[in-house]
Design a protein around this ligand. Structure first.
Ligand SMILES: Cc1cc2nc3c(=O)[nH]c(=O)nc-3n(C[C@H](O)[C@H](O)[C@H](O)COP(=O)(O)O)c2cc1C
Length: 457
């Protein structure tokens, strides 16, 4: 059988979060993100298109690196307002049957005990359709509003995240036995206390005795997504993730990324193909190639320069208000998002000036754009999937949810016609739709299954 492609939709609880300034476009409904009808519509479109999941990015702060204040980000609606990613999920789940939901939650600021409860609850109410995009966060403005004096160094963030996962694994996988809930009316016993265990976690960052507050949900551990791009981030992904997101300009860069992720996954003792790789792409679809290119120009005219510069400043940790627009972007090691900086400093094909980077970053957060007819876009998806050795794509938007709608109406049927995309969902839970029927739970060799429990004191 030809290689099968999986798809996720990329969104955030903000107006035009990944195409700065597109909230002004007549087709954009992103300014309605505060209403449930917006979310239900987006979810139903993606389910019609047989997407695996709606991936909901998130930040907990403002983009205030640019000019050292929040003004440009506020004026330009640069991921601000930033509403909570979890709240709309129950409503979307009630309006769909198969679509998964992958909210982003920061392991740097959450507490494992309460996060485990939230995601287990969501896994119950969605019948096993929840994932977690594990991030370590990059904005200084998040740190100072969440009880720290400043952003933690990246190394420390990942070490903390590693222990965070150990705690939630113990809660999700080891605290409640499968048959702990007995509903035994005769013995007046709802659940058997012998089968609900303390986890007694006590290490460097967390002290969590347990037990978990929620009985086992359909997937137990939600599907684990990750998007770290630094060496430390990639090792973290290789150890824990079931799927990774990446942003690249070129097929060449993608090939290098997937080779590296598969190599690191193998070094962790896992099957290199066990981590699904999802590069992000922005589709610009026209009925002819000329029409698609004209559309790209028209969409670009809505992008805000200053807003995008402030987005890029937040992504890279560099205050670009101090730059001349024609200055080349410097290659440094950043405590913000290394991958976003690398796109403009480690491109073998060109050196990027700030002006060029801003133009590129304004639509789809700088990710590669597939511009053309549905057939041409399907050709590219197929080529990138096969040659780039990836498992699917994360579809970004210009106007929302219209970009999803156009993709589902025009590109999805083309992929189905070629036999490289599902016509029906395979399973019930998200993990089954990603990995195959009967695979609702993590495999036995995943670190979550191996953390074990300390003996109760
Ligand atoms: C496609 C993609 C999506 C991301 N989404 C988020 C997000 O929604 N929230 C967030 O805080 N970080 C997000 N990140 C950033 C990271 O997951 C990570 O915390 C950050 O990149 C810093 O680590 P790194 O330098 O190892 O990449 C994203 C990164 C990529 C490549």
């Amino acid at each position: 059988m030809a290689k099968q492609i999986h798809l996720n939709g990329f969104i955030q609880n903000s107006p035009s979060p990944h195409s700065t300034g597109l909230w002004k476009h007549q087709k954009d409904k992103g300014t309605n993100h505060h209403s449930l009808s917006y979310w239900v519509e987006a979810a139903q479109i993606l389910e019609r298109g047989k997407f695996d999941a709606l991936f909901i990015a998130d930040v907990l702060g403002t983009y205030s690196v640019y000019e050292n204040n929040h003004h440009a980000a506020t004026r330009g609606a640069v991921q601000l307002p930033a509403h909570d990613p979890l709240i709309p999920i129950s409503a979307m789940a009630a309006a769909t049957e198969h679509l998964g939901f992958a909210p982003t939650i920061s392991a740097t600021y959450a507490q494992p005990y309460s996060l485990a409860r939230q995601l287990s609850t969501l896994d119950h109410v969605t019948d096993g359709r929840v994932a977690w995009n594990v991030v370590t966060s990059y904005l200084e403005s998040e740190a100072v509003n969440l009880g720290l004096s400043g952003r933690l160094p990246k190394e420390l963030r990942y070490n903390r995240a590693d222990e965070f996962l150990e705690v939630v694994y113990k809660l999700w996988e080891h605290s409640w036995e499968d048959d702990a809930v007995v509903y035994d009316k005769e013995r007046d016993m709802f659940a058997d206390p012998e089968k609900v265990h303390l986890i007694n976690h006590d290490a460097e960052f967390f002290h969590v005795p347990g037990p978990h507050l929620v009985e086992p949900s359909p997937q137990r551990t939600p599907v684990l997504f990750q998007a770290g791009a630094s060496p430390k981030g990639r090792d973290f992904a290789a150890k824990h993730a079931e799927a990774v997101f990446t942003k690249n300009h070129s097929l060449e860069a993608l090939k290098q990324y997937s080779q590296d992720i598969r190599r690191r996954t193998k070094l962790q003792g896992r099957d290199p193909n066990e981590v699904l790789i999802f590069p992000m792409i922005l589709p610009i679809i026209g009925s002819t190639e000329e029409e698609a290119h004209a559309k790209l120009e028209e969409l670009t005219s809505h992008v805000s320069y200053e807003g995008t510069a402030s987005l890029l400043s937040g992504h890279t940790g560099i205050d670009f208000s101090q730059y001349d627009p024609d200055q080349y972007i410097e290659d440094i090691e950043t405590d913000a998002v290394q991958g976003n900086l690398d796109m403009y400093t480690k491109d073998p094909n060109k050196k990027w000036t700030l002006r060029e980077a801003v133009k590129n970053h304004g639509l789809g957060n700088g990710t590669v754009k597939f511009v053309g007819t549905p057939e041409q876009i399907a050709d590219k998806l197929e080529k990138w999937a096969v040659e780039g050795d990836v498992d699917g794509f994360n579809i970004a938007q210009t106007y929302s949810p219209g970009t999803f709608q156009e993709f589902v109406d025009h590109v999805v049927p083309e992929l189905q016609k070629r036999g490289i995309y599902r016509t029906e969902y395979e399973g019930k839970t998200l993990r089954e739709n990603m990995f195959g029927k009967g695979k609702a739970h993590l495999p036995d060799h995943h670190p979550a299954k191996r953390v074990g429990l300390l003996q109760p004191k």
